[in-house]
Design a protein around this ligand. Structure first.
Ligand code: FES
Length: 155
């Protein structure tokens, strides 16, 4: 055996961890430590994509991926309620209740943001946070995911 330095550890997981398990916060501590140990600037930048809360229960088909191209937003009805969808990346979708946290008016899709036309509040598509009042609280967020051609929201 020669005295070559051992190769750098590969950034991978020792056991398979599903995306759902990671998002659900049930990944083992070792897997999480492995992920953080492998972080580099390019990975960190890529991982800044907003994350939806972990799905649970049975999802409702709110749209198809064809109806919600990457980078787009859409208002959808599920039952009697209206929700706002935003797809920041190919495999990521975010869902919010379209009820303004100021006085309960319906929030709609604006130019790169969500807007309440009653009194002019604006919310980000990436987090639902307020960017302009009078609303002070963020939009209520719901777990959502893309499954095949379907956009699922978990209510
Ligand atoms: S109800 Fe939305 S800004 Fe007032």
């Amino acid at each position: 055996m020669d005295n070559l330095p051992s190769p750098a550890p590969r950034c991978g997981l020792s056991s398979p961890v599903t995306r759902r398990a990671v998002l659900g916060g049930v990944a083992s501590a070792g897997a999480v430590a492995g992920l953080s140990a492998c972080a580099d600037p390019s990975t960190v930048a890529a991982s800044s994509t907003p994350v939806s809360p972990a799905p649970g229960g049975e999802g409702t088909v709110a749209a198809t991926t064809a109806e919600l191209p990457v980078g787009s937003s859409k208002s959808v009805k599920i039952g009697k309620r209206t929700y706002l969808l935003f797809r920041p990346a190919e495999t990521t979708v975010l869902a919010y209740r379209a009820v303004c946290t100021h006085a309960g008016c319906e929030v709609s899709v604006g130019e790169g943001e969500f807007v309440c036309h009653c009194h002019g509040s604006h919310f980000t598509r990436e987090s639902g946070e307020v960017t302009a009042g009078p609303a002070r609280g963020p939009l209520e967020k719901f777990p959502a995911e893309i499954s095949g051609e379907d956009v699922l929201v978990y209510l």
